[in-house]
Design a protein around this ligand. Structure first.
Ligand SMILES: [Zn+2]
Length: 89
């Protein structure tokens, strides 16, 4: 039994579905990621971090500046490495 299969959504009905977040360029994993990326152009993590508190600015096209984004992406990659250490994968 795989727990991972519970969170991955295979949607063959939409062949244009993106696999990567437009903002942080990480893979979209959960159903929420995919839905939010369709709606807002970013994954759930990015949306919670940057978009949710700025809904109206976001709609007008606001995005974090390059420096903030780079720092954020670095943070995420460090977090991923740490998770890999913990899970041993
Ligand atoms: Zn993202």
């Amino acid at each position: 039994m795989s727990l991972i299969s519970d969170t991955i959504v295979i949607d063959n009905t939409d062949s244009n579905r993106k696999l990567w977040c437009d903002l942080c360029e990480y893979i979209l994993i959960t159903y929420e990621d995919i839905q939010l990326n369709k709606k807002n152009g970013c994954c759930e993590e990015c949306w919670l971090r940057f978009g949710e508190s700025r809904r109206s600015e976001w709609k007008r096209g606001w995005r974090p500046d390059k420096e903030t984004l780079e720092r954020y992406k670095l943070e995420r990659s460090i977090l991923n490495i740490k998770l890999k250490d913990i899970t041993g994968e």
